[in-house]
Design a protein around this ligand. Structure first.
Ligand code: 13P
Length: 250
């Protein structure tokens, strides 16, 4: 059986003091539970603290992005090798904020996914439609296009060590969660796309839901067949809120 993964994307929030307190709070709560997996995605500068505090604990950590180039004259960028130096297991690829604010194209996202796999990191491929796209009935075609860019590049084998996160843009940071039915419909569409290529990889693939997940709606979402966990933004910034989601999963 797949284990639920509860992952916290801290985005560009916090300070060193806050991060250390948050990690302490999570460590105190997580050690008591065993039913689900827990991971955090701090901003780059705090990966060092994450590694120092989480090593040997049940909590994994990852980064929010990487530059696909191995090394070189790329001022301001961070490579996969650097993330490995700080013990990262995961890295996000194609979060909607990267796609919209920083204009990362489907090809750019595929570059990142491919570089993460090549380095031995587990990429978390984020996909999802905007409100306008949903209202135009384009949810499936948008998600299909975003998945296809990576599938074409890395093949279905690339997803044997990867995670997909469905994050409808209209649900991110808005308090408007997709209903369990809405989320399940897209998750099952995503899984079916993989099933047609390799049913074993598709069956094992973890598909997370992201978009205003909190302690009150998590259990109902995670109960659905194809929702294998959550990628949590706002509610992952307070240990008790994030642990409530973790307990809902366990
Ligand atoms: P919120 O949980 O704040 O809606 O953010 C979701 C998200 O973007 C996680 O990557």
């Amino acid at each position: 059986m797949r284990r639920i993964l509860v992952a916290g994307n801290w985005k560009m929030h916090g300070s060193r003091v806050m991060v250390r307190e948050l990690l302490q709070g999570l460590l105190a709560g997580a050690e008591k539970e065993t039913g689900a997996d827990l991971a955090v995605f701090p901003p780059f500068p705090y990966l060092c603290d994450a590694q120092a505090m989480l090593e040997g604990s049940p909590i994994a950590w990852g980064a929010q992005n990487l530059n696909p180039v191995g090394q070189g004259a790329h001022t301001g960028e961070v490579s996969a090798g650097m993330l490995l130096d700080f013990g990262c297991r995961y890295v996000l690829a194609g979060h909607s904020e990267r796609r919209t604010i920083y204009r990362e194209s489907d090809e750019d996202v595929a570059d990142r996914f491919e570089a993460a796999l090549a380095a031995g990191l587990e990429p978390v491929l984020c996909v999802g439609e905007t409100l306008e796209e949903r209202e135009r009935g384009e949810t499936e075609s948008v998600v299909d296009r975003q998945l296809a860019a990576v599938l074409d590049r890395c093949g279905i084998e690339g997803f044997a060590r990867a995670i997909v996160a469905y994050e409808p843009v209209w649900a991110i940071g808005t308090g408007k969660t997709a209903s369990p039915d809405q989320a399940q419909a897209v998750h099952s569409f995503i899984r079916d796309k993989f099933v047609s290529q390799d049913d074993i990889i598709a069956g094992q693939l973890r598909i997370l839901y992201g978009g205003s997940v909190n302690g009150s709606n998590a259990a109902e979402l995670f109960a659905r067949e194809d929702i294998d966990g959550g990628l949590v933004g706002g509610a992952s910034l307070k240990a008790e809120d994030f642990l409530a989601i973790y307990r809902a999963a366990a």
